[in-house]
Design a protein around this ligand. Structure first.
Ligand SMILES: NC(=O)c1ccc[n+]([C@@H]2O[C@H](COP(=O)([O-])OP(=O)(O)OC[C@H]3O[C@@H](n4cnc5c(N)ncnc54)[C@H](O)[C@@H]3O)[C@@H](O)[C@H]2O)c1
Length: 369
């Protein structure tokens, strides 16, 4: 499909996940034109610029390129607000990696600044555009499990310091399994069930120190500043009750990723950190789960949310992975720890509509206009 015009993009943050973005955005080459990249570590900017055929810049040089319309912020979480604000100040639309910010105040500041400047904020994850979650959304919307009454969501692992080359940020304020992995699970749940109005939670730090097991920092000790096991309960605005665990303190588990229980049956949702996966339904008194073929493509990748923002800019429509959704998810994530500290339920102040379901029948690299 040929679009009316292409939107120029600059990437800030050329670390571990950046190649997935450069490659994923190429799938949407009909609308995205990535022209520049920046990093505070210029050797990283130069390496990615050479690999992906774009211009290497400092942050300031990138933001001064007049025809860049979208800045993709893939810095580490504690720099998200700084870079988002710089981009907004420069009059750019900004799509940020998750989480939107590491606290509610920074998230609010970002949304307010973008609104005042008349630019858009988008945020990861965009895995919910994939065939796995979109198929689940269609099943729910088409009534296969009736009214959702409850949900479970579980992420557990022993932590990322065994594989990530620079894993320190996962244990700083703004890291931890909730701010790191919670966005996938909570964005999927809000997309499937709707916004959340109240939460309660209990959290702990199990290991006050971690030891890096990956190269090049093998053997380095990391001080843990943030809870690494978070258990929460969520009341959705529509009355459904959700249970979530995110943990870096679990060696092994046999838990599902996400399940949704409805008045007519149950839905097994695939890993919300991938674009595909296996969708299973078991309706009423059925004796077994049935696998449902995916109704939407899983042949997309990170960067789909950036493409949706570009479609939004070109065709004058909202994008799905938007700032209001990301802020709502951020507020919910922060509330689990607030609840654990205060011993009380926390009412969620923000809300957002469920993002529009994707139509079926889209080709790879194509979104709706
Ligand atoms: N690594 C993954 O598998 C993965 C997957 C999905 C999402 N993410 C998210 O992507 C983001 C980046 O993760 P990563 O693993 O690539 O981290 P990383 O540490 O490998 O890379 C982050 C990069 O940001 C740069 N940076 C920091 N502050 C900057 C600034 N002010 N201006 C320019 N550059 C700056 C750093 O120099 C570094 O190169 C995080 O929000 C993370 O949660 C990571």
């Amino acid at each position: 499909m040929t679009t009316q015009r292409k939107v120029k993009v600059g990437v800030i943050g050329c670390g571990n996940i950046s190649p997935a973005y450069f490659k994923g955005m190429r799938v949407f080459g009909n609308i995205l034109d990535v022209v520049a990249c920046a990093d505070i570590d210029m050797s990283r900017a130069h390496a990615k610029a050479a690999e992906f055929g774009v211009q290497a810049c400092t942050d300031e040089e990138l933001l001064a390129i007049p025809d860049i319309e979208i800045v993709v912020n893939i810095t580490w979480p504690k720099a998200h607000t700084l870079v988002n604000m710089m981009a907004i100040e420069a009059g750019k639309n900004v799509h940020c990696e998750k989480p939107l910010a590491i606290n509610r105040a920074d998230g609010q500041k970002t949304i307010a600044a973008a609104r005042a400047k008349g630019v858009r904020v988008g945020c990861a994850p965009d895995t919910f555009y994939g065939g796995g979650i979109q198929t689940c959304r269609k099943l729910i919307d088409d009534g296969w499990i009736g009214e959702p009454v409850a949900a479970t969501a579980f992420y557990s692992s022993p932590g990322h310091e065994r594989w990530h080359p620079d894993p320190e940020f996962y244990y700083e304020i703004g890291g931890g399994p909730m701010l790191d992995m919670g966005p996938y699970y909570l964005t999927a749940l809000v997309n499937l069930i709707g916004p959340i109005k109240r939460v309660t939670g209990s959290t702990r730090i199990t290991f006050p120190e971690r030891v890096i097991g990956s190269q090049p920092k093998y053997g380095k000790h990391i001080k843990v500043e943030t809870p690494t096991h978070i258990a929460g309960v969520m009341d959705f605005a529509n009355g459904a009750v959700g249970t979530i665990i995110t943990s870096f303190d679990v060696w092994s588990a046999n838990l599902p990723r996400i399940e949704i229980y409805g008045t007519e049956g149950s839905l097994s949702v695939p890993d919300p950190n991938i674009f595909g996966g296996t969708v299973m339904v078991r309706r009423g008194a059925a004796q077994a789960w049935s696998e449902i073929p995916l109704t939407h493509s899983a042949e997309i990748s990170r960067g789909t949310g950036v493409a949706d923002m570009a479609y939004g800019l070109v065709y004058g429509r909202p994008q799905r992975a938007n700032g209001d959704l990301a802020y709502h998810v951020l507020e919910v994530m922060c509330a689990f720890e607030e609840s654990s500290r205060s011993g009380k339920h926390v009412e969620i102040q923000s809300t957002c509509p469920r993002p529009a379901a994707l139509p079926t029948g889209l080709q790879a690299g194509e979104l709706d206009t």
